[in-house]
Design a protein around this ligand. Structure first.
Ligand code: CMP
Length: 334
């Protein structure tokens, strides 16, 4: 990514180091209590600790990684396939290679919970992460004045990674909403050695861009924006490559990272997309129609993209804006 093209702004980590920003990161409520201040101090310490642990655990100890004997819990072929499917649907594991996926699948342990049961309690110590296999779960956070509902988790999504990434107490509570929930549980050691490194690298890679991408202004929770990086990938194209063809449906929303993309209709060039954050492929994915234009690499370019399967858990939240933008961007050419 070209850092010069990204507007300067505080990233998630920097936010955590500034009380003003932490208030906004942790609370939709602008009043701050003593509890919050304590929490901020605790988080600052966690971040410092985490920075150390990222370099020591994730990046430094390759020998440890090689000697690591992952936990292995025997499973049927059908169970392994189901876990893989769930892992693919979510983000947390998107940066893993095939071998790493096998290790993680082997280490997963099935856990069954029932309606209203707490899977995670805010403030407690956390040693595992969960992937939802079946059922729905609600996430609440107490900022000092009672629980505030944050979101519902569905199959394929994962939660409980913050305590492992930051070595901090659980930042929210997760309670079973459906009659029953089947979860896959991953232990801290496997997470630290296999998933954490890839996940942190990926989150850091896109963090600055996501913090400053105008489109995401409506997504208020910095945690949700940070998580979006797990769903972002990069692709390079050579001059003359056709990225997306008029009349086709796209499987991705592409985002310009570096270089010029020509927008053509019936073999005539209409305009170019050149700005970091300019995006296309939205006609197929947001509006469900075929693409009205052909997109061509005008030079060697780098694009980010969000796969179609990740749309509902990333950008769907701002679908109204995306639909409006389709009219604004393409209206006069349709
Ligand atoms: P963890 O802190 O380990 O346990 C609670 C989980 O809730 C947390 O990890 C996240 O996975 C999840 N969560 C969802 N939304 C938020 C949020 N806004 N702030 C903190 N945690 C959240």
């Amino acid at each position: 990514m070209n850092p010069q093209k990204v507007k300067n702004g505080p990233n998630f980590m920097q936010q955590l180091n500034k009380k003003k920003h932490v208030d906004c990161a942790l609370s939709s409520n602008s009043e701050s209590s003593d509890d919050e201040v304590d929490e901020i101090v605790a988080i600052k310490k966690d971040v410092q600790k985490q920075r150390f642990s990222v370099s020591a655990e994730a990046y430094g100890q390759f020998n440890k990684k090689e000697n690591f004997k992952a936990k292995f819990i025997p499973k049927s072929k059908e169970q392994s396939e189901r876990i893989k499917q769930r892992m693919q649907a979510g983000f947390m594991f998107s940066a893993l290679n095939d071998k790493e996926i096998e290790i993680v699948v082997g280490a997963m342990e099935e856990k069954i919970f029932h309606k209203s049961e707490y899977v995670i309690k805010q403030g407690e110590e956390g040693n595992v992460l969960y992937v939802v296999d079946t059922g729905e779960l609600d996430c609440f956070k107490n900022y000092g004045k009672g629980d505030i509902f944050l979101k519902t988790y569905y199959p394929g999504e994962s939660f409980g990674e913050l305590a492992l990434l930051f070595q901090s107490p659980r930042a929210a509570s997760i309670i079973v909403k459906s009659d029953k929930a089947i979860l896959w549980q991953l232990d801290r050691e496997t997470f630290n050695l296999i998933v954490k490194e890839a996940s942190i690298k990926k989150r850091q890679q896109f963090e600055n861009f996501l913090e400053n991408w105008d489109l995401l202004k409506e997504i208020k929770d910095p945690y949700d924006r940070l998580k979006m990086s797990d769903a972002l990938f990069e692709k390079q194209f050579k001059k003359g490559d056709i990225i997306l063809q008029q009349g086709q449906k796209s499987n991705e929303i592409f985002i310009v990272e570096q270089g010029r993309v020509g927008v053509n209709k019936n073999n005539q060039k209409l305009f170019e997309l050149t700005k970091l954050g300019d995006y296309f492929g939205d006609q197929s994915i947001v509006a469900g129609t075929v693409e009205s234009f052909t997109y061509v690499a005008e030079e060697e370019i780098k694009l980010m993209y969000i796969p179609k399967k990740s749309y509902s858990s990333t950008l769907k939240e701002i679908e109204g804006t995306l639909m409006k933008n389709i009219q604004i961007k393409y209206g006069k050419y349709l």
